[in-house]
Design a protein around this ligand. Structure first.
Ligand SMILES: *[C@@H]1O[C@H](CO)[C@@H](O)[C@H](O)[C@H]1NC(C)=O
Ligand SMILES: *[C@@H]1O[C@H](CO)[C@@H](O)[C@H](O)[C@H]1NC(C)=O
Ligand SMILES: *[C@@H]1O[C@H](CO)[C@@H](O)[C@H](O)[C@H]1NC(C)=O
Length: 438
C-alpha cells in the first residue's frame, strides 16, 4: 500500500512538472513568436537543434568531416547570418533569445534592473586600479623576458605559440592576483589538463541535449567525471589560498601588501575576511577559481591569435518582460545570448572584416561606430574587471617578444579555424617562425 502511494505520488509529481514545463514553453513561444527561429520539432522545439539531421544544413557547411564542436560553431554562425537581428531557441525547459544587433545588445547589457554590484567586486576594484597596474607591469615584463629567453633557444624554428604563451599568462595571474611566485610545472600541467577536460565535458553536454536537465545529468557517468575534475580545479584554488595564507602570516607587515609591496587580489579578500567582511572561505575559493581561469585562458588565446577575436557569450536572464529596440517581445526568464563574435565579424560594421587593421580603432572610426558594436570586455555595469589588466599584459608580452624577434607567418590568419570551448580556441597549432632581430 505504501509503495503504491509512493509510486503514485512520484508519477503525479513528474506529470505535473512536465505540464508546468509545457505551459511555460508555449506561453514563451507565443510571446517570442515574432522572432525568427531555425526549423523546430513538434513537442521538443529546438531540443536537438545541434544534434538532429546535419544533412539539413549541409548546403551551408562546406566541409564534410565536421566534428561536433565545429558543427555547433558552423550552425551558430549560419543562424546568426540568416536570422539577423534576433532569433530564438525554444525547448520545454529553456527559452533563449540570441541577440545580434548593437542597439539590442546595448539595451540588454546596460540594464541595471535587478543588478546589485556584488560586495566582492567592490573589495577587488582597488586590485585593478591603474596605479597598481604600474606595479603589475613589472611582473608582466619579468615573465615576458623569461619567455624570450626560452624562445631564443628556438631561433630559426617554427613553433606553436599557444603553450609558451599560456604558461606566461598563468604564471602572471598567479603572481599578480594571488601573490604566488612560482607554481611548479606538474601542478600547472594538472590544472591545464583539467581545464581542457571541463571544456570537453561542456561540449559533450551540448551533444546530449537531455543532459541539460539537471535531474537526468546528475545521474550520468559524465557528471561523475565532472565532479572529479572540478575537485582538481578546486584543489588547485585551495592550494593557492593555503600557500598565500601561510606566506601572509609569516610576513612582518601582515595586511594588504605582500612582501614585494604588491596589492594582490587574494590578499585583499583574505584580509577582508579577517576583518570580518561578509565573505567566507568558499566565496574566496570561487573568486580564485574565476580569476585563475579567466585571468589566463582568455589572455593567452588573445595573445596567441594576435601573434599570427574572441567569442564570448554573456548569459543573462530577462528579469522581466521587455521589448527589444528591434521590436521583439522577450518574456521574463528568457536566457539572453549576445553573439559578440558575430557582431565583431559583421561586414556592414567592419568592412574587410577579416583584415587586421588597427586603424579601425582610431578615434574618428570608433566614434562613427555604435558603442556596442565592439564589446570584447562586455560593456555597461557588468564590464570586465580585468580589462586594463588584460590590455597591459597583452602589450607587455607583444612588445617584449617583438622587440627581440621577427615573426614569420606560416599559415594565413584567414586559415585559422576556431574550436568552441569555454573560450574560443584555435583548432590547430598557431605556428610562427621566430627569428632574432639583429
Ligand atoms: C550585419 O549588420 C547589418 C546591419 O547593421 C545587417 O543587415 C546584416 O544582416 C548583418 N550581417 C550579419 C552577417 O550578421
Ligand atoms: C613555464 O614557465 C616556468 C617559469 O617561467 C618555466 O620554469 C617553465 O619551463 C615554463 N614551461 C614551458 C613549457 O614553457
Ligand atoms: C608541485 O607542487 C605541488 C603542490 O605544492 C606538490 O604537491 C608537488 O609535489 C610539486 N611537484 C614537484 C615536481 O615539485
Amino acid at each position: 500500500m505504501l509503495t503504491y502511494l509512493l509510486i503514485t505520488s512520484i508519477v503525479v509529481i513528474v506529470v505535473l512538472r512536465f505540464v508546468r514545463f509545457y505551459i511555460k514553453f508555449y506561453k514563451n513561444k507565443q510571446v517570442l513568436q515574432r522572432a525568427p527561429a531555425p526549423p523546430e520539432r513538434f513537442f521538443l522545439g529546438h531540443f536537438n537543434v545541434f544534434t538532429n539531421n546535419p544533412d539539413r544544413y549541409k548546403l551551408f557547411i562546406s566541409s564534410i568531416s565536421l566534428t561536433f564542436a565545429d558543427h555547433i560553431f558552423a550552425r551558430i554562425r549560419l543562424f546568426s547570418k540568416k536570422y539577423y537581428p534576433i532569433y530564438r531557441f525554444s525547448t520545454p525547459y529553456i527559452t533563449i533569445a540570441n541577440c545580434l544587433e548593437p542597439n539590442d545588445i546595448e539595451l540588454v547589457l546596460s540594464s541595471t534592473k535587478h543588478l546589485s554590484k556584488s560586495k566582492i567586486y567592490t573589495i577587488l576594484t582597488p586590485a585593478f586600479h591603474f596605479t597598481i597596474l604600474q606595479q603589475l607591469l613589472n611582473i608582466f615584463n619579468e615573465e615576458t623576458s623569461k619567455l624570450v629567453d626560452k624562445l631564443l633557444e628556438k631561433n630559426g624554428k617554427i613553433i606553436d605559440v599557444v603553450p609558451p604563451i599560456t604558461n606566461i599568462t598563468l604564471q602572471s595571474i598567479a603572481e599578480t592576483a594571488m601573490g604566488l611566485d612560482n607554481i611548479n610545472e606538474s601542478t600547472q600541467r594538472n590544472y591545464k589538463d583539467a581545464i581542457y577536460k571541463i571544456g570537453a565535458i561542456f561540449l559533450k553536454c551540448l551533444s546530449k541535449p537531455w543532459y541539460r536537465m539537471d535531474a537526468v545529468y546528475s545521474w550520468s557517468k559524465l557528471a561523475k567525471e565532472e565532479s572529479a575534475i572540478v575537485k582538481v580545479l578546486h584543489d588547485f584554488s585551495n592550494y593557492i589560498i593555503k600557500e598565500r595564507e601561510k606566506e601572509m602570516s609569516s610576513e612582518s607587515h601582515v595586511g594588504t601588501y605582500s612582501k614585494k609591496k604588491r596589492l594582490a587580489m587574494l590578499d585583499l579578500l583574505l584580509s577582508a575576511k579577517n576583518d570580518g567582511a561578509d565573505i567566507d572561505y568558499e566565496g574566496i575559493r570561487e573568486e580564485v577559481d574565476t580569476f585563475m581561469f579567466e585571468g589566463h585562458d582568455t589572455t593567452s588565446m588573445t595573445i596567441s591569435f594576435l601573434l599570427q577575436d574572441i567569442q564570448a557569450k554573456v548569459s543573462k536572464y530577462a528579469s522581466e518582460d521587455f521589448t527589444t529596440k528591434t521590436g521583439y517581445d522577450i518574456p521574463e526568464g528568457t536566457v539572453l545570448h549576445i553573439h559578440i563574435f558575430g557582431v565583431h565579424r559583421n561586414k556592414t560594421l567592419y568592412p574587410d572584416h577579416l583584415k587586421f587593421d588597427p586603424d579601425r580603432f582610431l578615434p574618428e572610426n570608433v566614434n562613427a561606430r555604435h558603442p556596442f558594436a565592439y564589446i570584447p570586455f562586455n560593456a555597461g555595469p557588468r564590464h570586465c574587471i580585468g580589462q586594463k589588466f588584460a590590455l597591459l599584459e597583452l602589450k607587455a608580452a607583444l612588445c617584449g617578444i617583438l622587440r627581440k624577434f621577427k615573426l614569420e607567418k606560416v599559415d594565413d590568419m584567414f586559415e585559422v579555424e576556431f574550436r568552441p570551448d569555454l573560450v574560443l580556441r584555435p583548432k590547430k597549432d598557431i605556428k610562427v617562425k621566430i627569428l632574432t632581430r639583429l
